[in-house]
Design a protein around this ligand. Structure first.
Ligand SMILES: [Zn+2]
Length: 475
């Protein structure tokens, strides 16, 4: 490897190896070059990390919403438009989406959280339906991203599949496509033999949220979470599993699993079906539960809702335990943040009902890992498997990374998360707003006590970003 000014070396006592051991040594990173590791060595030009710092694999987050959308030329639009789309409305929708959030802000937030690669969702105005529109989104996100971004194609009725990729079904998302079971079934048929993922949230079939509110009159901050209780997830997952069975997909990924029973349902089903059933556990469900919401400052609790809703304490403890046991069994299970940067106005209650569900959270990935490490018996290896190794291997099925991912060894892709686990942490919204270039920045974790962890550097394909303060290139 060339030893030019683009090379940076870090020495550390705690390098996370694939077998779970921690080792002292030096890692060498150069942009777009593979990783070099020298255990036990230290050279004079290596950067000294603070006492107690760790070097783990960079985190892969397969589920984010970065919102920004490409705008096709009028010619491409005419060729690729779907029923109901018109160019003037698309122009406006793209301008609005791109004004509210950017791929750049999303990438800065990822880097701050130790995340070196993300999978981005296609619920954008010019959505990635069919191979051509998907490749437009993929190219656009690749060009604008500070980190590699895998764009997930979107499954819609009457559209071509994207072969050897993983299609995302938004049909089951309340407020998404709002498709009926029959339409979803038809579109899964188109993806026969391919991989599919789905949202596992939908409203109750027997009662609207307004009716539920009138009948139960729950505390306002819990309205959303009590209505979308764990049973709504079980019902949606069951319906989707039946559709996937009849369509003979190759793989069905359940996104953002929020409760122990919902994960158990996936694990039980995986033993009976002929397709693979990887599992994505929603990262913030491992921190938030309904008891915690009631202890939270009410103003913040009122914007701290997402879908699936936050679990009861009992369902959360079930999820935490089962996720830990499942990852130790070797199952394809991983975290996903579902980073969803809505504006404050979009999240406000209107007419007594919650607005857009979702929260910013990728920038606080490390703090949630440390909640599991400090309070729930997770080991570093559990975290590394769930946040780095397993999602990297999953995403590498659908995307050509330049080198092997999800392994800490010389020759692999140089993706690292360098952090200090012992440092207490509190949210500073003003500073994050500036650092992430995100004027609408707000955090559900504002005011939370007992958080730990500081990301020092995030290395992405050999390029090291110093993220301790303002995000800046270090090599
Ligand atoms: Zn999502």
């Amino acid at each position: 490897m060339s030893q030019d000014s683009k090379t940076i070396r870090f020495h550390c006592e705690n390098i996370h190896l694939d077998d779970g051991e921690l080792a002292a040594g030096e890692v060498v990173c150069s942009e777009r070059e593979p990783l070099e590791i020298h255990l036990g060595q230290k050279t004079s030009d290596s950067l000294k990390l603070p006492e107690g710092a760790h070097i783990a694999l960079g985190r892969f987050d397969p589920h984010v919403h970065f919102r920004e959308s490409p705008l096709p030329t009028r010619e491409d639009f005419e060729k690729l438009r779907r029923d109901g789309e018109d160019y003037e409305s698309l122009n406006k929708a793209v301008a609005a989406a791109n004004q509210n959030y950017s791929i750049r802000s999303g990438c800065l937030a990822a880097l701050k959280g130790g995340v070196c690669c993300v999978g981005a969702m296609g619920n954008i105005p010019w959505s990635p339906v069919g191979p051509e529109r998907h490749s437009q989104m993929q190219n656009y996100y690749w060009e604008k991203g500070l980190i590699p971004i895998v764009a997930w194609p979107r499954i819609e009725p009457d559209s071509d599949p994207v072969p050897n990729h993983e299609g995302k079904d938004f049909g089951s998302t309340f407020g998404g496509s709002g498709l009926t079971g029959r339409a979803r079934s038809d579109m899964y048929q188109i993806w026969e033999g391919e991989a599919v993922s789905f949202h596992n949230d939908q409203p109750r079939t027997d009662e609207t949220i307004s009716e539920f509110k009138d009948r139960e009159n729950p505390p306002e901050a819990l309205l959303h979470h009590r209505y979308f209780n764990g049973d709504t997830v079980l019902a949606c997952q069951q319906e989707t599993i039946e559709i996937a069975k009849s369509a003979k997909v190759r793989s069905l990924l359940a996104r953002h699993i929020p409760t122990g029973p919902a994960l158990q349902q996936i694990l039980d089903t995986s033993k009976e079906v002929s397709f693979a059933m990887p599992a994505e556990v929603g990262l913030d469900y491992l921190y938030w539960n309904q008891d915690r919401l009631m202890e939270q400052d009410e103003k913040i609790a009122l914007i701290n809702y997402r879908r699936p809703a936050h679990p009861t304490r009992e369902d959360q403890l079930g999820l935490i335990e089962l996720t830990r046991d499942t990852v130790r069994s070797g199952y394809a299970i991983f975290f996903g943040s579902d980073h969803a940067p809505h504006s404050k106005a979009a999240k406000a209650f209107q007419n007594g009902l919650p607005g857009s569900p979702g929260t910013r959270n990728i920038e606080h990935s490390l703090q949630i890992y440390l909640e599991l490490k400090r309070n729930h018996g997770y080991t570093w290896q559990d975290i590394d498997l769930l946040a780095s190794i397993n999602p990297a291997k999953h995403m590498a099925r659908y995307f050509d990374f330049p080198y092997e991912t999800g392994t800490m060894k010389s020759g692999a892709m140089a993706n690292l998360h360098i952090f200090q686990p012992e440092e207490p942490y509190t949210v500073d919204e003003a500073s994050l707003s500036k650092t992430l270039e995100d004027p609408e920045y707000h955090s559900a974790l504002k005011g939370e006590q007992g958080l730990f962890g500081k990301t020092l550097f995030t290395v992405v394909d050999g390029k090291a970003w110093d993220v301790a303060g303002i995000v800046q290139a270090a090599n």
